[in-house]
Structure formats: structure tokens, C-alpha cells
Design a protein around this ligand. Structure first.
Ligand code: GLU
Length: 303
């Protein structure tokens, strides 16, 4: 056996691991978004990784004024604070424009006037040659998809594969009103912020192949993925801020944090102190115990 001696001096630094939590400011944090916040924070802390908060306010029509700061204050009350300055997507339009220009220059995207109603006959999946031609007004821009299966390994859901052309169709990266879409912005931001692992709710499992497709077109690295089970209401729907799911109580954080830990299959200590609870939760964190709740969102399973 050959042993390679370690170089003299300091040991090589650990790879720069970086995680993130990227809430949309459409309301204050509710149980479901606290799952994503705490899940991503625990995963980051337990791996000695950085944890960065990004406010995804690119969709200004859905953004609620003041919700960004309310979210940040609530996170702080829960002991979850960004290791780096918080980034707002609304301040990064020039970066999205550059990515858009690169996609355009390479011929990866094309202008499209098809409306949602035009695509109803195709189950909402763009058939890659436009249904509506020579239409007036500003077009949306769609990215071409291919018949290749896009696959990745999710740390909770396992192998995920999707044929974008059949299951999603050519998708919009810039809307007719000029706004860049979430799919484009998130890919640019995760790359610019050097995110190495994305931990978020399983409602976005289905978006991941689109994001990997864009990463490949833009020559960006693909991070690792870990999707967390979705918190569903009693009728099986995802709890969301728009549904006005009850916001978590920032004045009494311990019970909500304990409930999230139980939901994520983690051990819970009994304590009245947020920092004590979080410290134990990091030490005992086990990604392998996170349930996948597959039965609850069978429609999202791709493997
Ligand atoms: N902004 C998205 C949300 O609040 C999350 C996006 C992501 O984590 O990629 O649902």
C-alpha cells in the first residue's frame, strides 16, 4: 500500500460548504417555512457549513411590503441568523440580465407569445413550436428543453429523474412583462453565492430538473440537494403564506422549534432556552431520520 505523506504545515482547509434559506416575502414565517429555515440551518451547522439568507422578492406582484423584515426578525427570535449579509433578489436584476443575455446569445431561448390558454390543449406543456405566431406585443422568453432525462440524487427522496420536454415543456425564463422568473434567478443566485447544498421544501423537488438544465446551459455548478417533507394541512394541501397559515409565534419560539424538530424526525430535548435547544439539535442532527412523506405528495415522485 502506498501512503501519500501529508504536506507539512497547516492541514488543508475544509471545502467551503455553503447552505441557504431563500424565503419569498409573501407573509411572515409559518410552520412550513420554519421547517425549511430550521432544516437548512441544522444541516448547515451540523456540517460546519455557512448558512445564508436570501430574500426572493423577484416576483414583486406577490411580495408583501414589510414581510422581508418581519421574516428576518422572526428568524432572529428563533436563533437563526444569516452568516453573511442578506441578499435581496430585487437588487440583482443586472445579474439576471447577464444570464439572460448569455442564454440568448447561445440560442438556448426564444421569444414566445403563447398564452396559458393557448397551451390548454397541450396540458399546459409548451409543444416547443409556438402555437401562436406573429402575435403583437412583448413576448415571453422560453428555454428549449430536450429529450434527455435530467437526474439527480436527493438526500431524502433518492434518485429523481425527469424528462423536461414531456413533463414540463419549454419553460419561461422571462415573462412578457419583462420580469425574470424564479427558475432563472434562483440558479444565478445559488451560483453567485457559491451554494454547495440546497435544502428546501419538497414542493420544489419538481423544479430542480429545470434548475439543473439552466445550470448546464449557463455552465454553472450543480449543488447537492436535500428536499424536506412538506407540512400539509388537514385536507392534504401545502401550508403556505398565501393560505394565511398561522404565522409562528416569535415571542414563544421554543414550542414551534420543538414541533419542527419532531416533524423532521429529530430528537428533541426539553428546555426553555432557544440556544440550548438549537445546540442539542445540531449535535444530534441526523439527515437520515428525515421522513420523506412520499404518500402525501405522490404526484411529485419522479423515481
Ligand atoms: N422562495 C421560495 C419559497 O419561499 C424558495 C425557493 C428555493 O428555496 O429555491 O418558496
Amino acid at each position: 500500500m502506498t501512503m501519500v505523506p501529508l504536506p507539512a504545515g497547516n492541514p488543508p482547509p475544509l471545502p467551503d460548504l455553503r447552505g441557504r434559506f431563500a424565503p419569498s416575502p409573501t407573509g411572515n414565517l409559518h410552520f412550513g417555512s420554519l421547517v425549511a429555515a430550521l432544516g437548512s440551518w441544522l444541516r448547515a451547522r451540523s456540517q460546519n457549513s455557512r448558512w445564508i439568507v436570501r430574500i426572493e422578492d423577484i416576483d414583486m406582484a406577490r411580495a408583501v411590503s414589510g414581510a422581508d423584515h418581519a421574516i428576518l426578525e422572526t428568524l432572529a427570535a428563533f436563533g437563526l441568523e444569516s452568516d453573511e449579509p442578506v441578499l435581496w433578489q430585487s437588487q440583482r436584476l443586472d445579474r439576471y440580465q447577464s444570464a439572460f443575455d448569455a442564454l440568448k446569445a447561445s440560442g438556448a431561448i426564444y421569444p414566445c407569445h403563447c398564452k396559458r390558454s393557448d397551451l390548454a390543449a397541450f396540458n399546459g406543456i409548451h409543444p416547443s413550436s409556438c402555437v401562436k405566431r406573429n402575435a403583437e406585443g412583448r413576448p415571453a422568453w422560453r428555454v428549449r428543453t430536450s429529450s434527455d432525462s435530467i437526474e439527480f440524487i436527493d438526500r431524502v427522496y433518492g434518485r429523481v429523474a425527469q424528462r423536461l420536454d414531456r413533463e414540463v415543456g419549454d419553460f419561461v425564463v422571462r415573462r412578457a412583462d419583462g420580469a425574470f422568473t424564479y427558475q432563472l434567478a434562483v440558479v444565478v443566485d445559488d451560483a453567485d453565492q457559491g451554494i454547495t447544498e440546497i435544502v428546501r421544501g419538497a414542493d420544489l423537488l419538481d423544479s430542480t430538473p429545470r434548475q439543473i438544465h439552466l445550470q448546464r446551459l449557463l455552465d454553472l455548478p450543480t449543488p447537492c440537494y436535500l428536499h424536506l417533507p412538506l407540512a400539509l394541512d388537514s385536507s392534504g394541501r401545502k401550508l403556505s403564506k398565501q393560505d394565511r397559515a398561522r404565522p409562528v409565534d416569535a415571542s414563544d419560539p421554543v414550542p414551534a422549534l420543538q414541533a419542527v424538530l419532531v416533524f423532521l424526525g429529530q430528537k428533541v430535548v426539553s428546555t426553555a432556552q432557544v440556544n440550548d435547544l438549537l445546540w442539542h439539535a445540531v449535535r444530534q442532527f441526523d439527515a437520515g431520520s428525515i421522513p420523506d412523506h412520499r404518500h402525501a405528495h405522490a404526484a411529485m415522485q419522479k423515481d
